[in-house]
Design a protein around this ligand. Structure first.
Ligand SMILES: *[C@@H]1O[C@H](CO)[C@@H](O)[C@H](O)[C@H]1NC(C)=O
Ligand SMILES: *[C@@H]1O[C@H](CO)[C@@H](O)[C@H](O)[C@H]1NC(C)=O
Ligand SMILES: *[C@@H]1O[C@H](CO)[C@@H](O)[C@H](O)[C@H]1NC(C)=O
Ligand SMILES: *[C@@H]1O[C@H](CO)[C@@H](O)[C@H](O)[C@H]1NC(C)=O
Length: 438
């Protein structure tokens, strides 16, 4: 007889108010310049619609039709500085863009950390694409010499590719480079958006997924496996930007099929909005209403991250939540057990665990909060490789047997789920459901 051990379910709850940046910024209306092209207006209208009734999907069509290929990119020229594109399509492109930095560059440290954190089989799934976007030829040749010196084996194995791009002959560069930016951050956002748009445009055909990194991050060991397993679990579910870090830019993953849309979006709004806000808007436009944030970050900034960068690219402080503090709740399930184990054991924070017979497809376990709670992190441990998904419910039913509406939090990844949750409002009594796909 098979036993599926449901070790325990942790629902870490807290009243700490976690601000969700988009929400705050919804108020300060995005002030896009008045020379808006029709497309800009259309997108902004859609964004409003999205906010008003974010359950409707009709508005998506127009945005999806805005298929990439910004005219600007027709003028993009790419030069290979080191390496060659891999022969076969990879699973993941790790894209890093780098420019000359007055405080010194951490690009080499970033690459070192990336390769050190990865085992050979992991590296076989990826290609690292470095975009050196500074126009200074002296800097370029020095940077390439440094990279080639340190990472020759990876370059020869077609796992590392270094490119440069320029927008020669385009009507836009004047517009892109000579904007009088009202703050140093604005100039950096603009540069970042253009540089990453060029990088992403190049990466479209290299792989299935694209991971965005800055040139000053530390990668934790096995980050490729972490991303691989998460994306495998999410394969059949809709997603736009899963986030593997609390950094505002690094650690976000995209379908490469979304990249042409994203590059157009970056170029269309290259002047105004901070990059991280633009990314949230993009996610909203493609109907992913809440961030998908895995609780444990796999990318961090290097220690010597400069103050300017800190102001322009805010890092959300990793809240140390400590131990989970499951508030009073009742637990309902239709999973069969052998002995007199009660479902409450799955939720109680002690050594007791909940052991069941093999659950079958459609089995559920629901946690119903006794009082209103603000859930900020949810962890589900099943102690098995069972598949299933976790949903968060709203509007408790009269009979208290569940909620009227549910939204997907995510699938189990290798039998577990550990995600941050960003809620827009304090909710009333809610439900957390584990649904088995076994
Ligand atoms: C930044 O810090 C890393 C170690 O965290 C160090 O190896 C590197 O040399 C530093 N880079 C700069 C530009 O100071
Ligand atoms: C290349 O390496 C040298 C020696 O470590 C360093 O002084 C220089 O700043 C590096 N240049 C670039 C562009 O990476
Ligand atoms: C930017 O501002 C400077 C002075 O503040 C001015 O001389 C220059 O013409 C402006 N450039 C553009 C493109 O507006
Ligand atoms: C990607 O591949 C498609 C189809 O093979 C091709 O039409 C397109 O030009 C390629 N895009 C880039 C940026 O190389």
């Amino acid at each position: 007889m098979h036993h599926c051990l449901w070790k325990y379910i942790i629902v870490a709850l807290s009243f700490i108010f976690l601000s969700f940046f988009l929400q705050e910024n919804n108020e300060e209306h995005l002030e896009y310049s008045l020379s808006l092209e029709e497309e800009k207006k259309k997108i902004l209208w859609q964004l409003d619609q999205e906010r008003i009734r974010f359950e409707s999907k009709n508005h998506l069509d127009t945005f999806k039709e805005m298929q990439g290929n910004s005219p600007l990119l027709h003028h993009a020229n790419y030069k290979f500085l080191a390496g060659a594109p891999p022969q076969e399509k990879k699973l993941l492109t790790v894209g890093i863009s780098s420019v000359w930095n007055p405080h010194g560059s951490s690009l080499l440290d970033t690459l070192q950390s990336l390769f050190q954190a990865s085992a050979e089989p992991e590296l076989n799934c990826i290609v690292v694409l470095v975009h050196l976007s500074d126009p200074d030829p002296e800097w370029l040749s020095q940077a390439v010499a440094n990279i080639s010196g340190l990472f020759k084996p990876h370059i020869e194995a077609q796992k590392l590719l270094v490119i440069h791009s320029c927008l020669s002959g385009s009507p836009f560069p004047r517009d892109l480079n000579n904007v009088n930016h009202s703050s140093p951050c604005e100039a950096r956002y603009s540069r970042q958006k253009v540089d990453y748009a060029l990088l992403m445009n190049f990466a479209i055909n290299l792989s299935e997924y694209f991971l965005m990194l800055e040139d000053n991050v530390h990668c934790t060991p096995k980050f490729i496996s972490t991303i691989y397993w998460a994306l495998s679990a999410w394969k059949e579910l809709p997603w736009v930007i899963p986030e593997f870090s609390s950094l505002s830019f690094s650690g976000k993953v995209f379908h490469t099929s979304d990249l042409s849309r994203l590059t157009s979006f970056f170029l269309l709004f290259h002047k105004d909005t901070p990059t991280h806000l633009l990314l949230s808007e993009f996610r909203l436009l493609l109907a992913q209403n809440t961030p998908i944030r895995f609780s444990s970050s796999v990318f961090y900034h290097m220690d010597n991250y400069s103050v300017l960068e800190d102001t322009c690219f805010p890092v959300e402080k990793e809240k140390i939540l400590g131990e989970p503090d499951n508030p009073v709740a009742s637990v309902l399930t239709d999973v069969m057990t052998t002995s007199n184990i009660i479902p409450q054991y799955a939720y109680t924070l002690n050594k007791e665990f909940y052991s069941t017979l093999d659950p079958i497809r459609g089995n559920y376990l629901t946690v119903i909060m006794e009082r209103p709670q603000k859930v900020i992190q949810i962890e589900v441990l099943t102690g098995s490789d069972k598949q299933g998904q976790v949903e968060l419910g709203y509007d408790l039913l009269e009979n208290s047997n569940g909620c009227a509406r549910y939204s997907l939090l995510g699938p189990l990844v290798e039998g577990n789920l550990d995600q941050r949750y960003f809620m827009k409002k304090i909710l009333w009594r809610s439900c957390i459901v584990y649904d088995c796909w076994c």
